[in-house]
Design a protein around this ligand. Structure first.
Ligand code: ADP
Ligand code: MG
Length: 586
């Protein structure tokens, strides 16, 4: 029998998508507080949010005669017109309150801007109570107790209170990162768990979430193009983690997880961080609302861009630029001086105490990598030191003084010493030269003796043919060959005996997914990296004084020269002050 479902059942079904777990309920409530223009938002959870979640704000409030309406499905104050193209608020679907009310005991107490008194309304698992007068200052308090208590099927899926709490705290911090001007606090089981005061500088908020070290180990990112704007802070390439969890991405102030954006970040850091490692960053993309669709999923964390290609290239170039401008500062010295004085002190601690102290994060690894070369017992095997070159002392990487183990260049700077891994450094220089060639000229291509027919589906063949011009610029010449195939005539010479079929199919996939031919450029860059590795000065080759100085000068002038192509540092710097500390002279 066909029938219309009662409203309570509809809401419970919708709740399945909107409120999956306490973290998603908290997200909806905090988004409402932000949309209401709050300056302070105080949150409290009990038992990971399963027992209760409350959010208190000082925003515009809800008027008495709108309180009941706010609990109705698809009632929202946020869509000015009905065409869904100009969404500037976090909410717009009018689903959160009715959904949460369908699966918990929900109470809303609010005093609207300018109203003389506050009012309260409650819903118990879908049944709405009467309006009652209440007492509170301007703003709204929403409390959801016993979440999913009446929905056993869902209750079963909740994890431990600790795990639910952590997910909720992560959600709150993500929202908070995009709103530095709003003060936030979080309590768990009656104890203060996290707080961050309103701040004018977005970096202060990032530091409250990511830790104070983030400020010292990141570079500002800011780039605008084609009406898109990217701002934020990108962690130095030497400061990486094992998962992408600490990559915070926002579109129009909304935290998102998006493969296109994540891929762009990967490309921006390409060859700067080791494979399988993830830099820490917070990037805020601002897109005119009509060029992005946030209405893909009820949870609103998925998005679609009208021009994915532009978004990607903005992110890649903004990151490359920000990291390159840092030039060699982004190198091992940053790894070394990561925590500033504290890091140097803990490094000294390792030397003295044989590693009993625990330097933060990756620092321990880095520090131990470099213990051996610093061993004072190693006799220099280099030719007589280069003559004094006072003009080089003012240069960032200093004047080359010796080569140790036919592998490390020792240079003297104005206030310290620099150790360079000659192979790692040279590899990066060669790669950057090859990249410039790739970017500037058309890479040489080679004609196939027999043009190769690659069979694809019709949409794939069509997409490739449409991009034939762009692909030819990268050295791949192909044309449409019947409805379901393309004919490959020439391939980039750098790829050697290229597997044209595999390459063309990968490209078709890229085009289907992002509308971009990424695979070809990436492969060309991969090849460049491999060739650079093989064409570089090997460790173990003795270098003359002039060769060493030339290498240092080229490093200073080359972007990204602080890391080799595999993400390891190419040099480290020890300041005299650090050396004095190592000897206990400070
Ligand atoms: P949406 O946020 O999509 O509009 P919700 O169900 O989350 O839908 O909220 C419904 C309406 O209730 C909102 O449009 C808003 O008018 C009002 N509202 C909810 N929470 C608050 C709050 N904290 N302060 C002011 N108004 C609120
Ligand atoms: Mg909402």
């Amino acid at each position: 029998m066909l029938r219309r479902l009662p409203e309570a059942v509809v809401n419970r079904i919708a709740a399945g998508e909107v409120v999956e777990r306490p973290a998603s309920a908290l997200k909806e409530l905090v988004e409402n507080a932000i949309d209401a223009g709050a300056g302070r938002i105080d949150c409290a959870l009990r038992q990971g949010g399963a027992a209760s979640i409350s959010v208190d704000d000082d925003g515009a409030g809800i008027a008495r005669d709108e309180l009941a309406l706010a609990l109705e499905r698809h009632a929202t104050s946020k869509l000015a017109d009905d065409d869904l193209v100009d969404i500037r608020t976090l909410g717009f679907r009018g689903e959160a309150l009715p959904s949460i009310g369908a699966v918990s005991r929900l109470a809303i107490t609010s005093r609207a801007d300018g109203a003389a008194e506050a009012w309260r309304i409650a819903v118990d698992n879908g049944s709405i109570g009467a309006l009652e007068p209440a007492a509170r200052a301007r703003g709204t308090r929403v409390e959801a107790a016993g979440l999913f208590r009446a929905v056993p099927a869902r209750l079963k899926f909740l994890k431990s209170a600790r795990a639910e709490y952590l997910a909720a705290a992560d959600m709150l911090k993500r929202l908070a990162m995009a709103r530095p001007a709003v003060g936030f606090s979080l309590e768990h089981d009656g104890r203060r768990a996290w707080a961050s005061a309103a701040a004018a500088d977005p970096l202060a908020r990032l530091a409250d979430v990511l830790g104070a070290e983030f400020a010292d180990n990141s570079v500002p990112v800011a780039l605008e193009a084609d009406g898109l704007r990217l701002t934020g802070h990108a962690g130095l390439p030497t400061w990486h983690r094992g998962t992408a969890q600490a990559q915070y991405l926002f579109v129009n102030g909304r935290p998102v997880r998006d493969r296109l954006l994540q891929g762009a970040v990967r490309a921006g850091y390409e060859e700067l961080v080791p494979r399988g490692r993830f830099p820490v960053l917070a990037l805020f993309l601002d897109v005119p609302p009509d060029r992005v669709d946030v209405n893909v999923h009820p949870a609103k964390t998925e998005i679609r861009f009208r021009d994915a290609g532009r978004v990607r290239s903005l992110i890649v170039s903004a990151l490359r630029r920000a990291l390159a401008e840092e030039g060699h500062r982004a190198a091992a010295p940053a790894g070394f001086h990561m925590g500033g004085v504290g890091a140097a002190a803990s490094l000294a601690g390792r030397f003295r105490a044989g590693g009993t102290s625990a330097p933060p994060l990756e620092l321990a690894e880095r520090a131990s990598e470099w213990q051996a070369p610093l061993d004072p017992a190693l006799p220099p095997s280099a030719p007589p030191p280069a003559p004094e070159a006072p003009e080089a002392a003012g240069l960032p990487l200093g004047a080359a003084r010796a080569q140790l183990h036919d592998t490390y260049i020792v240079a003297q700077t104005g206030d310290g010493i620099v150790l360079v891994d000659q192979h790692a450094a040279h590899e990066r220089l060669v790669l950057e030269r090859m990249r410039r060639a790739l970017a500037e000229g058309r890479p040489p291509r080679q004609a196939l003796l027999l043009p190769e027919v690659v069979e694809l589906d019709e949409a794939g063949a069509e997409r490739l043919a449409a991009k034939a011009g762009e692909l030819a610029e990268l050295g791949l010449v192909l044309e449409r060959f019947g409805p379901q195939a393309v004919l490959v005539r020439e391939t980039p010479a750098a790829l050697g005996e290229a597997d044209a079929k595999g390459l063309v199919r990968d490209l078709a996939d890229d085009l289907a997914e992002h509308g971009l031919a990424l695979a070809l450029r990436e492969r060309l860059e991969d090849v460049a990296a491999t060739m650079a590795c093989h064409g570089s000065v090997r460790a173990g080759r003795r270098l003359g004084a002039q060769e060493m100085d030339a290498l240092l000068r080229e490093m200073e002038a080359t972007p990204r020269s602080g890391q080799c192509n595999h993400g390891r540092p190419t040099y480290i710097e020890l300041k005299l002050a650090d050396i004095e500390r190592l000897f206990g002279r400070r």
